[in-house]
Ligand binder design. Structure first.
Ligand SMILES: Cc1cc2nc3c(=O)[nH]c(=O)nc-3n(C[C@H](O)[C@H](O)[C@H](O)COP(=O)(O)O)c2cc1C
Length: 268
């Protein structure tokens, strides 16, 4: 059953000023180069909080504390720890460029900014389920190290939170809209973005379901610490539950061919 259904209605509305940046927005997983972030940009991003009763964005420039970085990097191991999550990832992971370009769906391996040894291991991942399960701890180990480097090369972080008590599905849709707008604001400034969801998205379910969430005790304990680290880091109020995180910075991606496919035809 779908989580929600979205229908579009034709109407005459003024084009949003960010519309023209749609084709400039993409996920950039490269290690970023250091940049200084203008305080005015932080204000502009946070101005989207005005009159929003569902969700918030908090922007922080500079590096995250060591403990938050450690927590978020460790969280990148979650996917590899669970067979269900691994198999789900496998179902939309594509190593064939031809398949990816033809069907225009899934996550293409080329977009993960993998080094040569990582590419070799990722190809083993798709060869068989037995091999996939066997090398999962190794991939988890590499993922944690890689995530740490990605966090430590970033110059700006945005955290998107759901306001407690707001209707959950509506709040998630509103958070998606808010995040898309912020992402376009960053695309306008040529600032690269990688969403990082592993250590943040499960926190809403954890807060809503508490101990009833179907996760091993060790992971639950880690996630509870995560809420504390992120709340402290971004000065969140007790009313805000973190749900999505962007790491941002200056791209070091030289090969623009690794950017996800874009359509030009509908942007007139
Ligand atoms: C809800 C959501 C969560 C995501 N989480 C991650 C993540 O944890 N790590 C990551 O590298 N990319 C993440 N992405 C980025 C997607 O993989 C990416 O948006 C997708 O491949 C399409 O590419 P594009 O953003 O370049 O159009 C996430 C995207 C969405 C919409």
């Amino acid at each position: 059953m779908p989580l929600t259904t979205i229908k579009f209605k034709e109407s005459l509305v003024e084009k949003n000023k960010l519309f023209k940046y749609i084709n400039k927005r993409y996920t950039d997983r490269s290690l970023y180069l250091p940049i200084s972030i203008d305080g005015k940009l932080l204000d502009r991003l946070e101005s989207y909080n005005k009159n929003n009763s569902y969700c918030t964005v908090r922007a922080k420039s500079g590096l995250l504390s060591k403990s938050t970085t450690r927590y978020l990097s460790q969280a990148d191991n979650f996917l590899w720890t669970y067979k269900k999550a691994r198999d789900d990832f496998y179902s939309w992971y594509r190593v064939s460029g031809r398949n990816y370009s033809k069907n225009r769906d899934g996550l293409f391996s080329k977009h993960l900014a993998l080094s040569f040894p990582e590419k070799v291991i990722s190809n083993l991942f798709v060869t068989s389920e037995i091999l996939r399960d066997a090398i999962a701890p190794l991939i988890g180990y590499i993922a944690v190290k890689k995530a740490k480097k990605q966090y430590n090369s970033s110059s700006l972080f945005l955290i998107f939170s759901i306001k407690n008590g707001s209707e959950e599905k509506r709040a998630i849709v509103e958070l998606g809209r808010l995040a898309a707008r912020c992402w376009l604001e960053l695309a306008k400034e040529e600032i690269a973005v990688q969403p990082m969801s592993q250590g943040v998205m499960p926190l809403l379910a954890l807060r809503l379901k508490g101990d009833n969430i179907d996760l091993p005790v060790k992971v639950k304990e880690l996630l509870f610490k995560g809420i504390d680290f992120l709340s402290e880091e971004f000065k969140l109020s007790v009313d805000e539950t973190p749900f999505w995180l962007f790491r941002c910075g200056k791209s070091s991606l030289r090969d623009k061919n690794v950017v996800t496919l874009r359509r030009e035809d509908y942007l007139s």
